[in-house]
Write a protein that binds this ligand. Structure first.
Ligand code: PLP
Length: 422
């Protein structure tokens, strides 16, 4: 059973000030979860979560996580600037490169961020751009093939564009050491949105064994191992969520069994979760504005895929609660649609929901990660506002909705009358 984190009354109060659609975030949920993540890995003195900024690139949310000692995982100029704006720099930024333009490497270096190299050729890029390699540097590993964890969950790192082969990884560390690097990290992201407590522990064991090999072969003792993202959340009501406390314990077990005997018990564990940090604590609030009965029953809402792309892009499930009708029978099968001229613009297909009337408010669950962040302007649709539902029960606008002036801002090369834009 999925329950909204906010009441219909409160939403109605917010709508008086900020019309739908908007994304709303639950400060209390974000805080409680961030605290738990920190506790789960407190056995490791150097532990740090680097929030994957791309999941919810909002400095208000980033600042909340910073209070729990989180760093930020960035991979673009704007994400680096957002971190800077939130007062985050130095070793609190992980910069994950990936087909990265020169100026972004330069910006990451200017902020003293930890640079995580996606490819061995990026060493030459750093030498060209910075004239040297940073003292602290990380490398991203891709084991290739198929990576399997418990209960048949797997992914195909061999098809993924990220990371270095094992041979390249060893060669990169050797080169970096010769060039004067002193502190080394290892990073891998092999499976996305996993719903099992086994993913991190399995990945950790793989990377710990590799760390021991790196020590034996290259004489390099890694400073940190970054388990990256991939810890999933239950989008379907019948799914069971991950237990971060169990995940933390199981990573510790692998640490004690592999790293400690290899005399590598000073290695810090890093994570880069995005979805797990904010996903369940955000929702898209939208109003039903049309009903249509043709070959199917449609409910048209005032949000569209430009506000939440996952259903259209991946066929992803997002649970929907009709506020005030939580206990009503699920008597109708609807497609819930947006206004894009794209037939995939549907938040739900053949979904059993209570009878929906015009004016009903829909709470679309689990949009706190990769929700507003993936917004776009197709069909001239505008990105919605973001609102923080605060711990004390008040609410605050943390990003205003776009206006048509924002849309036209990049057309300042075309003569458009001021009057039109008012
Ligand atoms: C997207 C991404 C993450 C976060 O992934 P989630 O599945 O949201 O936890 C972490 N690290 C890197 C490098 C990423 O690209």
């Amino acid at each position: 059973m999925k329950k909204p984190f906010i009441t219909k009354e409160k939403i109605n109060e917010i709508i008086q000030k900020y019309p739908t659609p908007f994304h709303i975030y639950d400060e209390k949920g974000i805080r409680e979860n961030a605290k738990k993540v920190k506790e789960a890995f407190s056995w490791n003195p150097g532990y740090r979560e680097y929030f994957a900024v791309k999941a919810a690139p909002n400095p208000f949310l980033m600042s909340i996580m910073k209070e729990y000692d989180c760093g930020m995982d960035c991979s673009s100029m704007a994400e680096l600037m957002l971190s800077q704006a939130a007062g985050i720099s130095g070793e609190y930024i992980m910069f994950s490169s990936n087909d990265t333009p020169d100026e972004e490497f330069a910006k990451a270096a200017e902020l003293n961020a930890i640079i995580n190299l996606d490819d061995i050729t990026h060493i030459d890029d750093l030498l060209r751009i910075l004239g040297k390699v940073p003292e602290t540097i990380s490398c991203r590993y891709n084991p290739g093939g198929v990576y399997e964890i418990s209960n048949g969950i797997m992914d195909n790192p061999g098809d993924a564009k990220y990371g270095m082969t094992k041979a390249q990884l060893f060669s990169a560390y050797k080169t970096l050491k010769n060039l004067g690097a002193k502190n080394f990290g290892l990073h891998a992201f092999l499976v996305s949105n996993t719903l099992t407590n086994e993913y991190y522990p399995t990945l950790a064991r793989t990377l710990f064994v590799l760390a021991a090999e790196i020590k034996d072969e290259l004489g390099i003792e890694l400073s940190f191992i970054n388990l990256s993202g991939g810890v999933g959340i239950p989008y379907f009501p019948e799914e069971e969520g991950n237990d971060i406390m169990i995940i933390g314990e199981k990573v510790k077990k692998a640490y004690d069994e592999v790293l400690v005997p290899a005399h590598l018990d000073n290695i810090a564990i890093y994570t880069e979760m995005g979805r797990f940090m904010t996903g369940p604590y955000g929702a898209l609030i939208t109003t039903a504005i049309h009903e249509k009965h043709t070959y199917k029953e449609y409910i048209g809402v005032d949000a569209c895929a430009a506000n939440l792309m996952r259903p259209a892009m991946y066929g992803a499930y997002h649970h929907i609660t009709v506020l005030g009708k939580e206990d009503a029978p699920l008597s109708h099968m609807y497609d819930v649609t947006g206004s894009l001229c794209e037939n995939n613009d549907k938040f739900a297909v053949d979904r059993m929901l209570p009878t929906i009337e015009r004016g009903d408010i829909l709470f679309i669950h689990d949009t706190g990660a990769h929700g507003h962040a993936m917004g776009y302007n197709y069909n001239g649709r505008l990105r919605s506002a973001e609102i923080l539902y605060k711990t004390d029960g008040s609410f605050e606008l943390i990003r205003r909705a776009e206006t048509t002036s924002d849309y036209f801002a990049t057309l300042d090369c075309f003569p458009i009358s001021e009057k039109l834009l008012q």
